[in-house]
Unconditional design. Structure first.
Length: 217
């Protein structure tokens, strides 16, 4: 059993990660700014109040835990985009303060910086809405920041497929590092539920420490 804290536990991805981890018997803490807004929490879920942008909060949450998951900034628009890189910096600062006792960090990443089969990146796709591009580039900046840290912090960034949305939990997925995972018809997709499966699998069987990886069908 791992002791897992999840920032952004009230969001679409965060809720699925919490559910998947609880169903596997892990001890899960949801860290939210307003616990009253956490809809129908599981009786086994620990709920704490905290702000991912406060390194002191991150240190307090991380102390004594095995993994900190950040599912922050997954919505559309500049408000969400503005959280992504600052939250990465706050998480790293807060966990770095714990020294050798720091838990592992797993961040929900974006698909924008993944390579497409034609050698470009997803965010080069013509016609993407400005709000989507903001989110993509913010995730790209956060990934670049993680790749540049020099501390011993054990981090992983998990990028989704080109399309991620609620669906079925099949337990099946394929992985890659920096290349978009696509199906036979060129589509790139993953359900939120199977994304959560992949993330909790990574918690249980670490295979991508210090790197980004991605999942898709």
């Amino acid at each position: 059993m791992a002791r897992i804290a999840v920032f952004g536990a009230g969001g679409t991805i965060g809720r699925c990660v919490v559910r998947e981890a609880l169903d596997r018997g892990h001890e899960v803490t949801a860290v939210v700014r307003d616990p009253a807004r956490l809809a129908d929490p599981d009786p086994d879920l620990i709920v704490e109040t905290g702000d991912v942008l406060d390194p002191a909060t991150v240190s307090a949450v991380g102390r004594g835990r095995d993994v900190v998951v950040s599912a922050v900034g997954g919505g559309d628009g500049p408000g969400h985009a503005a959280l992504i890189e600052p939250s990465a910096e706050s998480l790293v600062a807060g966990l770095h303060a714990l020294g050798g006792r720091a838990p592992r960090l797993i961040m929900v990443g974006g698909a924008g910086s993944l390579r497409t089969p034609d050698g470009k990146q997803v965010w080069d796709t013509p016609g993407l809405p400005p709000g989507v591009l903001q989110i993509m580039h913010a995730h790209g900046d956060a990934l670049a920041y993680l790749r540049g840290i020099t501390s011993e912090l054990r981090w992983t960034s998990l990028s989704p497929a080109g399309t991620i949305e609620p669906g079925d939990r099949t337990g099946a997925y394929r992985t890659a590092l920096d290349d978009l995972v696509t199906g036979p018809g060129g589509e790139s997709r993953i359900s939120t539920e199977d994304y959560a499966v992949a993330l909790v699998d990574e918690i249980e069987r670490p295979a991508h420490v210090g790197r980004r990886f991605t999942v898709g069908y």
